[in-house]
Ligand binder design. Sequence first.
Ligand code: IPE
Ligand code: IPE
Ligand code: MG
Length: 247
Amino acid sequence: MTVQNIQKGEVLPRHLAIIMDGNGRWAQQRGEIRVKGHKEGANAVYRIVKHSALIGINTLTLFAFSSENWKRPITEVNALMELFAFSLKKEAKELHQNNIKVRIIGDKSKFSKSLQKSISYIEELTSNNSAMTLNIAANYGGRADITKAFIDIAKEIESGNLSSLDIDEALIQKNLYEPLDVDLLIRTGGEKRISNFLLWQVAYAEIFVTDTLWPDFDIKDIDEALDFFSKRERRFGMTSSQIKEQK
Ligand code: IPE
Ligand code: IPE
Ligand code: MG
């Protein structure tokens, strides 16, 4: 999707979420170790973040490391942690200059103290930025997200600030790491599954799966996904004619 298309009124997703999959296969196809694919994947992240901000995406959530990815070989986990720390340090200034607000969503307590420091630094530095919110989902799980929301609500009830009668969908949603519904979910690498990503938030997301592996994911691929999105009729349970009447 080009800036011109958007000016023509094509609908953009307010919240774009991406499962960045296929780094390992990208490397293996080249006879390289998997970590090489993760490094190349980091370059795709920079490209896509910049482009998303440019075209006016409100919130971009990237799945960088799942709560289940700790099960991988320790060498790969360590390399991913190092790459994460390195990328945060390297990009902090530029993200800030581009007015992007960066948040890390997921359980940060499992990260090393120095990584937690880098995370706090970038989150504080960019906290008042307004061009786009970039959520990096790291040690993130959709079920853990919902469980945390329940725990936070339970604490509020225990302290007397809330009653169980206050519990409704809006309250649960408000307590998620990212309360915004996902409009468009992209998964690279061809697998047609959610892998415990934003389970609650994808309730009515449009889903675009591409065989392109994440390190190869380029502007033309995201444009293809955005074109797909702009042509969808989102019915939210209604009939097609009801939707047309609303327009
Ligand atoms: C996604 O790529 C990156 C992470 C999960 C950290 P993979 O590493 O899962 O790549 P494939 O799926 O094995 O190709
Ligand atoms: C999902 O990819 C997690 C990230 C992209 C960070 P995985 O490669 O971990 O997913 P599965 O294991 O194939 O479902
Ligand atoms: Mg994978």
